[in-house]
Design a protein around this ligand. Structure first.
Ligand code: ASP
Length: 328
């Protein structure tokens, strides 16, 4: 496999915030090529043979952990999974000690999910391996935003100029933050919609120079009016602690902020409907919407493997981008 000349400059993938549009497009383009590989009968290339990827997941995950594991295996890397309940973190070992001990086994890439915002950056500063952030608290979930952008680009041709509504628990959503960075950098207008109890003040400023592409909405109808893409978010009860309730009941939340046959009619007729999973069916998304013809939820999952292959590839090979794939 030879390199095309385009290269990914960052050593780690800690968030979307530090990436430019060029790097995002490079990963999206590379993901497209790995997606094709997933359709072949033999879904494996030899490019990371002999490399080791440790998936250190210290917070619950189904899709992301499995997706990274499959991605590593399709690249022929050796993938090792460590989860919170079965690891020494449950014996009180600190994140740094766990990470340093794992890195002493000389992996090439560590994929980390952790409940603390900033955990991936912290580990990256202290270990000698490439680190991928697979979700850190309420901060970022970069590969989710990349797979979302990949799905949107596939359906809409281009992301620039699209009206994209992101609806739900914005306050606790790392998915919303990473998408805010990615989608504005790629030229979309992003409408953030939440009850005012779950909308951080001044969140537009995260988009920096792109902040004028961001609007906030307290009413679902105004966020969805003419939208090309609707991305629903889960209510993240596990991050709310014992604080006051953010909304009276699930039923009331669903009536005002849920995507249903009634509310989806505000979006464009060809709007695609997204959710990062796991879905609380009947709360943020009606089952008929989640399973309906405009839902791209499962396509997001399929593209997730391809995007994670792209990320592991560029980090595992020091930034080179392949021009072609051989077979294993
Ligand atoms: N799976 C996504 C995340 O890990 C979204 C969610 O959990 O609601 O952030």
């Amino acid at each position: 496999m030879s390199a095309t000349g385009r290269a990914f400059a960052s050593r780690h993938l800690l968030g979307i915030e530090g990436l430019g549009a060029d790097e995002l497009v490079l990963l999206l383009d590379l993901g497209e090529r790995f997606l094709e590989l997933g359709e072949r009968p033999i879904k494996k290339v030899p490019t990371l043979r002999g490399r080791t990827v440790i998936n250190l997941f210290l917070e619950a995950s189904t899709r992301t952990r499995t997706s990274f594991e499959i991605a590593a295996k399709r690249l022929s890397a050796d993938a090792v999974n460590v989860s919170g309940s079965g690891s020494s973190t449950s014996k009180g070992e600190s994140l740094l000690d766990t990470a340093r001990n794992l890195v002493a086994m000389r992996p090439d890439v560590v994929v980390l999910r952790h409940q603390a915002s900033g955990a991936a950056e912290f580990v990256a500063r202290h270990v000698d391996a490439a680190v991928v952030n697979a979700g850190d608290g309420t901060h970022e979930h970069p590969t989710q935003a990349l797979l979302d952008a990949s799905t949107i680009r596939h359906h809409k041709g281009s992301i620039a100029g699209l009206e994209i509504a992101i609806v739900g628990d914005i306050e606790h959503s790392r998915v919303a933050r990473s998408n805010l960075y990615a989608l504005t950098r790629l030229g979309a207008n992003v409408r953030l919609c939440a009850p005012f109890t779950m909308m951080p003040q001044g969140i537009e400023s995260l988009a920096g120079d792109h902040r004028r592409q961001v609007s906030t909405h307290a009413r679902l109808e105004s966020a969805l009016e003419g939208a090309d893409v609707v991305m629903m978010l889960r209510i993240q009860r596990e991050r709310m602690g014992d604080g006051p309730a953010r909304f009276p009941t699930n039923r009331e939340y669903s009536r005002h902020f849920g995507l249903s046959p009634r509310t989806v009619a505000f979006a464009k007729p060809d709007a695609i409907l997204m959710h990062p999973g796991p879905i609380n069916r009947g709360v943020e998304m009606d089952p008929t919407i989640a399973d309906g013809p405009r839902s791209v939820v499962l396509e997001q999952v399929t593209r997730g493997v391809a995007i994670r292959m792209a990320v592991l590839y560029v980090l595992g090979t020091g930034g080179a981008v392949p021009s072609e794939f051989g077979s294993a």
